[in-house]
Structure formats: structure tokens, C-alpha cells
Design a protein around this ligand. Structure first.
Ligand code: HEM
Length: 491
């Protein structure tokens, strides 16, 4: 833990007052740190810090940073130990009605997108750490001591060999094999398989879990991942880290924000502002979204077949945005992707062949999108109970997918989603071994470790989507026979 200057203190009311007037203070292990000027320089981006503004960030900090960040860099921002002066004893209200109307306290403190969306999340009480939090940190240290945070590079060597075999098949069937429909089908299926398998390694590297060095992981990820996958690792990181910090929050988590196609939570059926996209969705007045969402349980699988195209679009939007730090580099790597794809299909000599390849390779990758969404789409999206711990939140909002060990290659380690959310810096190939420790942890605190088979996970997802679709159908007058205001209906 960080060595603290015992002389420095800040009262709870002062801590809250400073946050309300535009500064950005967080709590780590009972002490306040001022990140006002640092947040813009933060390697993980400013938004993740905004999400913890005025809150207890202890466990999130531990989950995401190497020891030296916490031991050597964090003390630089120390304000002092937080003491409860009795003026206000807890964190700000998590009452959604109250949170929905954030107060702009001074004209010099413009509301951040997080505040506009209803305020930060935060985990655990401010001045003291709960038993769950203490035990989480003990477990974190224990897993570190047992070597689970260390990378087994032989695992990645096997992955590289797998990709080289895939590339050989793609080049042979796409360029040299007889121009036959079977060649195109094999070429497309191998491309889809390679994309699915590479995405798992991309996931590790995006979490800095391969080299445990943010710059090196990013460099290797963008040098190989972008050209072969066509998805910007920079975009993925910016999106995915937010997803981890605010999992399943309708206002904040971009991974569950899919209007006009899907509404993962009935909260999307009202007017909702997204702190990530900075836009407001006015569902009650969006007839296109109503149409799609009212059929979402049936459209889900067909739409997933085209999901990859949306990821290209998101990547391009990110590359054109002002917050892409290495634009030229990332654009160059993405051009490499477009070039090899065009080069490959230019050898097909048939539009049918090209259509088969493009459609099949993209549609088959829907399995990956399904694997990714399954672990959260059927889990709770309500506001967390007040002072909920980081670990409790991870267990509440994530679902493990049961599978035998020999099928681990297929699920790519992402089937251990609960373990991954608790320890995002542990590489996927170690998560099966981590699971028993998490099961014990959950049992010690009376928490559930949610887990379902792949089939039943799909059933749960379908039911959740259908329930929400039916609400739209009813509100739209299809089921009830009369037109009802959807926003009112859901209150
Ligand atoms: C609310 C507080 C904070 C949150 C939620 C947070 C979150 C994150 C996240 C999600 C990442 C991963 C970024 C990536 O994928 O590359 C990250 C990385 C990083 N953060 Fe923070 N952070 C916080 C505060 C801080 C502070 C106070 C410091 C400095 C003292 C800091 C320094 C860093 C560094 C150096 C990295 C790169 C780590 C690496 O090499 O793997 N962060 N942070």
C-alpha cells in the first residue's frame, strides 16, 4: 500500500465540495488524490477517471495498474487522508431520480459527459474499505504471488503457429487453388476462424496482459492486430476499458449501447444520454428504433452476421476523432488490412466468389460477437446498490460460460468473464486455474458466481431481449391493441 503523509487530512465535506466545483478528486485506500490536471494525460484516457470522480477508486486502481504505478506515481497526487466530519457521511445518492438532475455548482465547472449522464459510479464507501474490498485485495496479491499475472509465452507461440497455418490456407485457397466455389468457402471459413482466434489474443494485448507494458502491448497489438483483423486496437481499448469500469450501466457502458438495433435494458426505451458517445437517444420518438427493438429477439442472430461491418465503422470514426493519439500509425495499419483483403479477392475472378468470401467470412465471425455479448446481455443493468464493491459488481454483472477444458480454444478464455472482470490483467490462458479461487471468494461473501452453459446463456439472452421487445410491442399498441406512451409505461 501507498505510504501516506499522516499529517495531511481532508474532510469529507471538503472532498465533496471540491469535486462539486469542477476538481477531480478520487479516494484510494481512505486517502484523497487530486487528478484534476492528470486526467487528460492518463494513459487509460480521461473518461475512466471521470467515472470515478468523487468516488472510491481503490479496487479499480488495483485491478488496472502495475504495482509501481500505485507505489511510485500515485503518491504524487496525494491530498490527504479523508476524515468524516459528520457533515455528510456517505457517498452521493445513487437514487436515479436525484442522479438524473446533476447540479452545476459554479459557472466555471462545465458538466462532464459522465455528469450529464447522471454522475459517476464509484465502488464501496468513501472513508472505509469493506470486508469484500479487503478480501479482494488479499486475493489479488495471492494470485500475484502464485504467478498468475505472469505470461506463459509458449501459449502465444502456439497461437502464432496457428495463425501462420491459417494464413497459408487463406493464401493457397484464395490465390493458387483452382477457381472453384469450394476454394472460396474454405478461404472464407479459415479467415473467419483466424479473426475469431486472433480476437482472443487481441483481447489479452488490449488489456496489457501479454507484455504487461502498455506501450509495448499497444505497439505489437496495432502492428499485427490492426492489419490482420481490420479493427483498431486503439478504438477497442478506449471502448473496452470503459466497459470494464462501468459494466452494464445503460448510460455509461458502450458495450450495451446498441440503439437503434437492440435495447439490452428497458432503460433504453426512455430518453437516455450516453456519456461515451455524448448523444441522447430519444427512443419514444424514434420509430425506426421501435420497429427494430420490437423484433430484436428474432433479429439478434441475423444482425450479428453483419456486426463486423459496424466495428470497421467504429474504428474509422475513432481514427478520425480528435482523441486518437497515434492516428497516422493506426490509419497506415488499417490500410494494410484493406490492401490484403482487396489483393486476395482480386484473384477470385468471379463476383459470386467475392460475394461468398465477403459474406461468409463476416457472417461466421458472429460466433465471436455472440461469445462476447453472452456474458453481459442477460445480466442485470439496474443501478447498483449504494456503496456496492467493485468485486461485487463484477460478480453481479458478468456471466461465466461453462465448457469442458478441451473446448477452451473455442471460447478463447472469455468464457471466464467473471474472473476476467475481477482480474483484467491476467491473461486468458490462466483464468481456468484462477476460477476456484474466485469461487471460494464468492462463497466467503455469500455472492453468486453466475455460470451457464453456452446453450442456456443464449436462452437467457433471448428471453431478456424478448421481454424488452414485448414492452415495445405493447407500448406501440401491437399487443395491447391501444397506443401507450412507452416512457410512462416503464416508470
Ligand atoms: C480513477 C482512477 C483511475 C482509473 C479508473 C484508471 C484506469 C486505468 C485503466 C482502465 C487503464 C488501462 C489502460 C490500457 O488499457 O492501456 C489504466 C492504465 C494506466 N493508468 Fe490508470 N486509472 C486511474 C488512475 C490512475 C492514476 C492516478 C495514475 C497515475 C498515478 C494512473 C496511471 C496509469 C498508467 C501508468 C497506466 C498504464 C498501465 C500499464 O502500463 O499497464 N492511472 N488506468
Amino acid at each position: 500500500m501507498v505510504a501516506k503523509d499522516a499529517a495531511k487530512v481532508i474532510t469529507l465535506s471538503e472532498f465533496k465540495r471540491r469535486n462539486a466545483t469542477g476538481e477531480c478528486l478520487i479516494v484510494f485506500d481512505g486517502s484523497a488524490y487530486n487528478l484534476t490536471s492528470f486526467r487528460k494525460k492518463h494513459p487509460g484516457g480521461p473518461l475512466v477517471i471521470e467515472h470515478l470522480k468523487g468516488k472510491n477508486a481503490t479496487d479499480v486502481m488495483i485491478a488496472y495498474h502495475p504495482d509501481d504505478v500505485i507505489q511510485k506515481r500515485l503518491p504524487y497526487f496525494l491530498v490527504g487522508k479523508v476524515v468524516d466530519d459528520g457533515v455528510d457521511s456517505g457517498i452521493e445518492s445513487s437514487d436515479p431520480d436525484e442522479a438524473a438532475v446533476p447540479q452545476q455548482t459554479t459557472p466555471n465547472a462545465p458538466l462532464s459527459s459522465v455528469e450529464k449522464a447522471g454522475g459517476a459510479v464509484g465502488y464501496g464507501a468513501l472513508v472505509s474499505n469493506s470486508e469484500v474490498s479487503k478480501d479482494y485485495r488479499r486475493l489479488h496479491q495471492q494470485l500475484k504471488d502464485l504467478g498468475f499475472f505472469e505470461t506463459d509465452y509458449s501459449n502465444y507461440m502456439r497461437e502464432v503457429i496457428k495463425y501462420l497455418i491459417c494464413l497459408t490456407i487463406i493464401v493457397y485457397t484464395g490465390i493458387f487453388a483452382p477457381r472453384h466455389i469450394l476454394s472460396y468457402v474454405v478461404c472464407a471459413a479459415t479467415t473467419a476462424f483466424m479473426w475469431q482466434q486472433m480476437a482472443f489474443v487481441g483481447h489479452d494485448i488490449g488489456h496489457n496482459a501479454v507484455f504487461h507494458n502498455a506501450k509495448l502491448d499497444y505497439a505489437v497489438g496495432t502492428a499485427f492486430g490492426n492489419p490482420l483483423l481490420g479493427i483498431s486496437i486503439g478504438w477497442w481499448k478506449s471502448n473496452h476499458n470503459i466497459h470494464h469500469v462501468v459494466t452494464n450501466s445503460p448510460e455509461h457502458d458502450p458495450d450495451i449501447q446498441h440503439l437503434p438495433f437492440f435495447a439490452v435494458s428497458s432503460r433504453f426505451l426512455t430518453k437516455l444520454y450516453s456519456s461515451y458517445y455524448g448523444v441522447t437517444w430519444d427512443f419514444p420518438n424514434d420509430h425506426f428504433a421501435k420497429l427494430l427493438v420490437s423484433m430484436q429477439h428474432n433479429l439478434y442472430y441475423p444482425i450479428l452476421c453483419f456486426a463486423r461491418f459496424f466495428l470497421y465503422l467504429q474504428s474509422v470514426k475513432y481514427l478520425l476523432s480528435p482523441w486518437c493519439p497515434y492516428r497516422l500509425w493506426e490509419v497506415g495499419t488499417m490500410i494494410c488490412f484493406a490492401s490484403w483483403q482487396i489483393f486476395l479477392v482480386s484473384h477470385f475472378h468471379s463476383w459470386t466468389g467475392i460475394a461468398i468470401y465477403v459474406f461468409m467470412s463476416h457472417a461466421l465471425t458472429m460466433i465471436l460477437h455472440l461469445q462476447i455479448t453472452l456474458s453481459h446481455f442477460s445480466m442485470p443493468t439496474q443501478d447498483p446498490p449504494e456503496n456496492e464493491d467493485w468485486a461485487t459488481k463484477a460478480l453481479r454483472t458478468s456471466l461465466d460460460v461453462e465448457c469442458p477444458e478441451w473446448l477452451d480454444w473455442f471460447h478463447g478464455g472469455l468464457q471466464f468473464q467473471v474472473e476476467h472482470h475481477l482480474f483484467p490483467r491476467i491473461a486468458r490462458h490462466k483464468l481456468r486455474q484462477v476460477r476456484p479461487y474466485v469461487a471460494d471468494f464468492a462463497a466467503r461473501h455469500g455472492l453468486s458466481l453466475n455460470s451457464q452453459s453456452f446453450y442456456y446463456g443464449n436462452v437467457l439472452l433471448y428471453r431478456n431481449f424478448k421481454e424488452i421487445a414485448d414492452q415495445v410491442g405493447f407500448a406501440w399498441g401491437r399487443i395491447g391493441g391501444e397506443k401507450v406512451n412507452v416512457a410512462k409505461k416503464l416508470q
